[in-house]
Design a protein around this ligand. Structure first.
Ligand code: ZN
Length: 147
């Protein structure tokens, strides 16, 4: 996967400025350049992966582990943090803007400006059952591909 011109790969290589909060052998975390709230961090695998499709699962585990720790750290940081959102945008339709996988760790507080709009109506059981079958078939396809 090409990483030329990828701003997160440039940060991993130390060629672009970043305010780093965590580094290990597989993951790096730094402050989002355009924070939703102060303390908004991004957890990024060192190896370039455009999205979930090409992210190794074991690296994904480490991304989550670091995000989990950062979410807990925010509550001990002195920054305003009454809650935390972990958010991953996979694909343009999901608002992904930098095509190197990253998990947002966003400190939240009552009355902040962050919004996620959706139609949260309760769905019909029949449709939920149909969609769960579709998702299970997707999981089965992954299992077939793995063997
Ligand atoms: Zn990259």
């Amino acid at each position: 996967m090409a990483s030329d011109g990828c701003v997160f790969c440039a940060i991993v290589r130390g060629e672009a400025d970043a305010s780093i909060v965590h580094e290990d052998e597989s993951v790096i975390a730094f402050m989002d350049l355009r924070p939703v709230n102060p303390g908004h961090a991004l957890v990024v695998p060192r190896a370039h992966a455009e999205g979930l499709e090409d992210l190794q699962e074991d690296i994904g585990v480490q991304v989550w582990t670091v995000a989990h720790r950062l979410g807990r750290a925010l509550r001990r940081s002195g920054l305003r943090c009454e809650g935390v959102n972990l958010l991953l945008a996979d694909g343009e339709a999901a608002f992904q803007e930098v095509f190197h996988v990253h998990l947002h760790v966003i400190p939240r507080f009552a009355g902040d400006a962050f919004r996620i709009g959706a139609d949260w109506r309760v769905d019909e059981r029949e449709r939920l059952d149909r969609t769960s079958a579709a998702v299970r078939s997707g999981l089965a396809a992954l299992d077939v591909a793995r063997h």
